[in-house]
Design a protein around this ligand. Structure first.
Ligand code: ADP
Ligand code: MG
Length: 236
């Protein structure tokens, strides 16, 4: 059974069709990359999955259950976690505090949540920064914090929206390693990314979106040489 399935998902904003009858599926343990030019509808599709808003039409199915209209918090409790393209941690709070907030999804005591948070920080080699104020972190470390916070909710499916935007090449490489490592921990991962090199290196499979529609799907090699994909990017 697929862990995630989108069936003809459409999202309209007034007269604008941002996502247009999009279907895709993800197997457990897979890293699926979603790419497409700016404004293609990637974040909108992502938001339909994460429960930010329901699709106008179609079905989002997680673990065999239609989840249209369910709220992010409830989805998170079911094992579907996300990061935000614009990183919004509690800026004045410490790294540990922020990750502990994530861990509260599945725990009820502060001590337990904090212990979980420390485990996650160790896993990401980030525990040396646990007392740092979030607003003092570099962009790369804020992205890492976002991932730590999502990971603390113990997700089965992790949605990543442009976690590599604004990173230097060496930091991109490090993020690729982190994402690979998470998959080894059993997390299924949907990656939306503009940085082609990273998504090509990471993904088992790639879905390409243009004007809200899927225009190609396949292995990184297949989509990279697809005529429609090349045209979509050259026209960007
Ligand atoms: P991508 O993430 O691929 O760059 P988006 O999903 O952010 O693209 O945007 C797809 C289209 O939907 C764009 O034309 C964008 O302006 C529009 N859009 C996105 N979010 C909203 C919103 N909340 N209200 C109105 N239009 C939106
Ligand atoms: Mg986007």
């Amino acid at each position: 059974m697929n862990l995630l399935e989108l069936k003809d998902v459409t999202k309209q904003f007034g007269g604008l069709t941002a996502v247009d009858s999009l279907s895709l599926s993800m197997e457990k343990g897979e890293i699926l990359g979603v790419i497409g030019p700016n404004g293609a509808g990637k974040s909108t599709a992502f938001n339909c999955i994460a429960g930010v808003f329901p699709p106008t039409k179609g079905e989002v199915i997680f673990d065999g259950q239609v989840i249209n209209g369910q709220k992010p918090w409830d989805l998170c409790k079911k094992g579907l976690a996300r990061t935000f393209q614009i990183v919004k941690p509690f800026a004045s709070k410490s790294v540990l505090y922020n990750v502990t907030v994530g861990a509260f999804v599945n725990t009820s005591s502060r001590g337990e949540a904090e212990a979980k948070a420390i485990d996650v920080l160790k896993l990401l080699n980030f525990d040396d920064k646990k007392d740092a104020k979030s607003s003092d972190l570099t962009i790369a470390d804020r992205k890492r914090l976002e991932i730590a916070r999502a990971l603390a909710t113990a997700p089965r499916l992790l949605l990543l929206d442009e976690v590599m935007a604004g990173l230097r090449p060496a930091e991109v490489d490090e993020m690729v390693e982190i994402i690979r490592f998470l998959r080894e921990q059993g997390v299924t991962i949907l990656v939306i990314e503009h940085i082609m090199r990273a998504i090509m290196a990471l993904s088992d499979r790639i879905v390409v979106i243009h004007f809200g529609k899927k225009i190609a799907e396949g292995t990184p090699e297949t989509v990279a040489s697809d005529e429609n994909v090349i045209k979509a990017y050259l026209g960007d």
